[in-house]
Design a protein around this ligand. Structure first.
Ligand code: SAM
Length: 296
């Protein structure tokens, strides 16, 4: 591709690429191509990508974001599941020698191994992506549990999911996803993106989320998985009181109720609260106290 061609993320070039390869965006793979150069550049800026950075991308599509990252980064490794896009990416990104495309389902990838094989050590590793929305949560959970210490994660997702990630206790959007993500990382919305910035247009607006390593918590759960399971269990009936949810989780026998009451008293949490009022620290303390009480 010659250097005078407009960049991939311009609407004209996006349309030309789709026509030339007779591509029909696959809804089942969450294919909505971002075609707004300012937004693409702002995503890369939000991750503060520099020439020293190695970057993982998920779902390069036709290469619009990949191109903008490659311009500023040391190396980009991008996972794309759709093999029909490989010849397209070969051509659209032909000018760049710092990009590697891996044709693999990100949910099956071993990120730590790929990073070890593809990136020279001693440089920051970042994750920058316009995520396939149908698997936003499993991707984020997988990334946060991969054991890779990303220096920065900047990802686009459906606005409604972004709202849930950053929600605070007592708000409507606050739920198990908020608690689990905020346990893992410091989460903030960088900026919002209207649906009109995509080809084809999705039915929802989007937002860019920035995840950075969080400060250590004053209290740790005895086991992460137990905390996550407990948090999910507490939100099964979010309109009911904590007391009702706990009886649903642990049982209603008088002996169990007595132990539940004793734990709530020790931790200092009222049984009348709705689960959405509990803070991350409340959830951790309750998990540990129920464990000590032999209930989990
Ligand atoms: N990065 C491009 C952009 O910003 O225009 C495309 C983003 S599009 C929202 C999501 C991309 O993720 C698509 O290219 C899709 O094929 C790819 N994808 C979907 N599921 C995937 C998976 N499980 N693993 C890797 N890539 C996937």
């Amino acid at each position: 591709m010659n250097n005078s061609a407009p960049e991939i993320g311009s609407p004209a070039r996006t349309k030309a690429i789709l026509t030339r390869y007779r591509l029909v965006a696959k809804k089942s793979l969450g294919q909505n191509f971002l075609s707004d150069l300012n937004i693409l550049r702002n995503i890369v800026n939000a991750a503060e990508v520099t020439e020293d950075d190695n970057v993982i991308e998920i779902g390069p599509g036709i290469g619009a974001l990949t191109e903008q990252i490659a311009k500023g980064a040391r190396k980009v490794v991008a996972f794309e599941i759709d093999e029909n896009l490989l010849p397209v990416l070969d051509e659209t990104l032909a000018d760049y020698d710092n990009i590697k495309i891996i044709n693999q389902d990100i949910l099956k990838a071993n990120l730590a191994e790929v990073i070890h094989e593809e990136f020279e050590p001693g440089h920051p590793v970042k994750l920058v992506a316009n995520l396939p929305y149908y698997i936003t949560t499993p991707i984020l959970m997988g990334v946060l549990q991969s054991g890779v210490a990303f220096d920065e994660i900047v990802v686009m997702m459906q606005k409604e999911v972004a709202d849930r990630l950053v929600a605070e206790p007592g708000t409507k959007a606050y739920g198990s996803l908020s608690v689990v993500m905020q346990y893992k990382a410091h989460v903030a919305v960088a900026f919002e993106v209207p649906r009109t910035a995509f080809i084809p247009q999705p039915n929802v607006d989007s937002a860019i989320i920035r995840l950075t390593p969080r400060e250590p918590l004053p209290v740790k759960p005895y086991e992460e998985e137990a905390l996550f399971k407990f948090v999910k269990g507490c939100f099964i009936h979010r309109r009911k009181t904590l007391w009702n949810n706990l009886q649903g989780l642990f049982g209603k026998q008088p002996e169990v109720r007595e132990r539940l009451e004793s734990v709530l008293e020790t931790v200092g949490v009222s049984r009348q609260l709705r689960p959405e009022r509990l803070t991350l620290i409340n959830f951790i303390e309750l998990t540990n106290a129920f464990h000590n009480e032999g209930l989990m």
